[in-house]
Design a protein around this ligand. Structure first.
Ligand code: ZN
Length: 138
């Protein structure tokens, strides 16, 4: 069995951003030389997510509105966690949007559905953060 590991680094301009990382994960798969197996992509931070969905700007605005409705950023003092920090909302958003995505690798490609794209969801950005890519198989 082969094993491949890589960290992708991000530093967003805004506190919240959704970044399509499908191309970067495809490059990792190519680099790994693995044809059959599984690719794991996980955020290495507790205020960021990796998830799979449609790359459609209306939907991305819907995510922003929906997440702000259930875990609004402000007022900061509404959260117990915000005694020393201001990112309680980002922890909650991360939990809702998930930590990782696992994608099947078939015949040397990511075996995604027709509209499936892999996203890095940043909820407390403006600093360097990482996503782990781990691919195992043969
Ligand atoms: Zn925190």
């Amino acid at each position: 069995m082969k094993s491949y590991r890589k960290e992708l680094w991000f530093q967003t301009k805004n506190r919240r951003e959704l970044i399509n990382i499908t191309g970067e994960v495809k490059n990792c798969l190519k680099e790994s030389g693995i044809n059959e197996g599984l690719a794991l992509c996980n955020a290495m931070h507790i205020t960021a997510s990796v998830f799979i969905n449609d790359d459609e700007s209306g939907l991305h605005q819907d995510f922003e509105k929906w997440l702000e409705k259930i875990a609004p950023e402000k007022p900061y003092n509404q959260y117990m966690h915000n005694g020393f920090e201001d990112n309680a909302d980002a922890h909650l958003k991360r939990t809702i949007m998930g930590r990782e995505a696992v994608i099947a690798v078939t015949e040397g490609r990511l075996d995604l559905g027709p509209w499936e794209q892999i996203f890095y969801g940043e909820f407390d950005g403006k600093r360097k953060k990482r996503v782990l890519i781990k691919i195992i198989g043969e």
